[in-house]
Design a protein around this ligand. Structure first.
Ligand code: GLU
Length: 278
């Protein structure tokens, strides 16, 4: 009996010790310095889209995510940490990107994310790396030519959960009904199956959809500015500074423009100057 009690006591002590060691070992996320950790590991973990053609799209043939943002993240990683550094990519959606950053699953978000005052309460942004604007995608020949038509016709507009596009369109076209899907692949399927008359998000993303679906056109110009920034958790100013420096260097040495042309040369009427605005 005595031996049993002694054994149990030892077990409890061990458990307490393990809990204490674990608690001491893992610093609270807010006190981490992401830039220092990345410098040591020579790795940056980026949250990128996998549902967004031209920016970040999963290629099912080789399992790789491809797009302008993936290439830019790769170029930034090497510019920031040297040519042997590694960029790791984790898939995010419009609604998962913020919690994944906050939980420390990724170091930074590079996922068509607009720098807005609301989001700046939770995260910090780098300088703008792509200047988009919100627009509409409709079937060719649709009676909806712009956001005013959408409002007048009380149409259904499709969007994605976690995007600011759904909030913006509700303000600009209050009579329209907004239907929110989980990601852009689903939103496009919903448009094709007639669940809505228009799909709304940024023009760059819509161009990607129209390249893939020639029966659909981007229409009506842009009705809200959407400057994309790289988002990092609060108190990561070292990372933001390093990112901005590298971004400036890539703009100066022509790499930024090369990537822009690589991904958008197929888009009719693409405005390179507008997209490259800071
Ligand atoms: N740029 C907009 C946003 O940050 C829409 C694109 C997206 O859903 O990522 O919400």
């Amino acid at each position: 009996m005595k031996r049993l009690i002694r054994c149990l006591g030892l077990l409890v002590a061990l458990t307490v010790l393990t809990v204490m060691v674990t608690a001491c070992g893992s610093k609270p996320l807010s006190s981490r310095n992401v830039w220092h950790t990345d410098q040591q590991s020579k790795t940056i973990t980026w949250g990128v889209k996998a549902d967004t053609r031209l920016f970040g799209l999963l290629d099912t043939k080789d399992g790789k995510i491809k797009g302008f943002e993936v290439d830019l993240a790769n170029a930034l990683t090497k510019q920031m940490l040297g040519k042997h550094a590694k960029a790791k990519f984790i898939q995010v959606t419009s609604s998962t990107r913020m919690p994944m950053l906050k939980n420390g699953n990724i170091d930074a978000i590079m996922a068509t994310m607009t720098n807005t005052p609301e989001r700046r309460k939770q995260v910090d942004f780098s300088n703008t790396y792509f200047f988009a604007g919100q627009s509409l995608l409709v079937k060719k020949g649709s009676s909806i030519k712009n956001v005013k038509d959408l409002n007048r016709e009380k149409g259904t507009v499709l969007g994605v959960v976690g995007s600011d596009s759904v909030e913006n369109v509700a303000k600009v076209a209050p009579n329209a009904k907004v239907l929110q899907l989980t990601d852009y692949a689903q939103a496009m399927t919903a448009l094709k199956s007639g669940q809505g008359q228009a799909l709304t998000t940024d023009n760059g993303i819509l161009y990607g959809m129209s390249v893939q679906n020639p029966g659909y056109v981007v229409t009506g110009g842009t009705f809200v500015s959407e400057p994309y920034g790289i988002a990092v958790d609060k108190n990561q100013q070292d990372f933001v500074k390093a990112t901005n420096k590298a971004l400036k260097e890539l703009r100066a040495n022509g790499e930024y423009n090369r990537l822009l042309h690589k991904w958008f040369h197929n888009v009719k009427g693409f405005d390179y100057e507008e997209a490259a605005k800071e």
